[in-house]
Design a protein around this ligand. Structure first.
Ligand SMILES: Cc1cc2nc3c(=O)[nH]c(=O)nc-3n(C[C@H](O)[C@H](O)[C@H](O)COP(=O)(O)OP(=O)(O)OC[C@H]3O[C@@H](n4cnc5c(N)ncnc54)[C@H](O)[C@@H]3O)c2cc1C
Length: 214
């Protein structure tokens, strides 16, 4: 696509105001270099728009929602499902996803915690308990991995995709539980803004300026 990928930590966004409405002009990297651009898209997950030069009124709060997920490996003693199994156990949603490789993904906890990225015994216990209730044949599977991550959540749990209120700066974060699924529509909305194409109808739901939130 003609793009250059630069792997670096963005420390700040270059914003000029000259007493008028603010306008984003650059990103400032951790090595001090500044990259100028006509349009800047923040797709920063839980970090959101928390950068020193972005005024607070343009930086909606994003909270992290902890999620734990397990990877099991089937062996000769395992009776695995051949399709995705979903259920609710003791009011907790649970799913078991079999992969062609024999891996089984069991997920996922949803915890309103944004501090601690370590797995905890209670979360793993719940996942295993609930998975065994749905698929008892998993008991002998090998526990290969415990994954932990934060989902980025907004005030109303709908994402912020679109204009930030600062000229030339766009937001694409806050997708909570659906960031993978919503990646294509996010790209479509952002590219429509930047190229001036007609917006997809759903763009209104994820407008960062909705209800005066920003
Ligand atoms: C256990 C679990 C299971 C999930 N299952 C699903 C699922 O089945 N389907 C689904 O659709 N979603 C699922 N999700 C949610 C999904 O992972 C998130 O919605 C998605 O990752 C959000 O994407 P994002 O790109 O906005 O944020 P992230 O994936 O967090 O990516 C943001 C990126 O920006 C980078 N970044 C942040 N600040 C800076 C900076 N200053 N400089 C440079 N880089 C920076 C970060 O390092 C990171 O790489 C799940 C989440 C969890 C935790």
């Amino acid at each position: 696509l003609g793009a250059t990928l630069i792997r670096s930590e963005v420390q700040d966004i270059g914003v000029e105001s000259d007493g008028s409405d603010p306008k984003a002009k650059s990103v400032i990297l951790d090595n001090g270099s500044e990259i100028f651009a006509d349009s800047i898209v923040l797709a920063t997950g839980v970090r959101g728009a928390d950068f020193p030069s972005i005024p607070g009124r343009f930086s909606p709060s994003i909270r992290g929602i902890k999620g734990q997920i397990l990877r099991l490996e089937a062996n000769e003693s395992t009776v695995s499902p051949t399709y995705v199994v979903r259920g609710i156990v003791q009011a907790r949603p649970i799913y078991v996803v079999p992969r062609p490789s024999g891996e089984l993904v069991v997920g996922a906890t949803v915890e309103e915690k944004s501090e601690d990225l370590s797995p905890n015994a209670g979360g793993v216990e719940n996942l295993l308990h609930d998975a065994f209730m749905l698929v008892p044949g998993l008991r002998e599977a090998t526990l290969k991995e415990i994954g932990v991550g934060f989902r980025p959540g907004t005030r109303d749990n709908a994402p912020y995709i679109g204009k930030s209120g600062i000229e030339s700066l766009y937001y694409a974060f806050g997708h909570f539980r659906h960031g993978i699924m919503q990646a294509p529509i996010t790209g479509q909305i952002i590219s429509s803004y930047i190229t001036g194409k007609t917006l997809p109808e759903v763009a209104i739901i994820s407008d960062p300026l909705r209800d005066g939130i920003v």
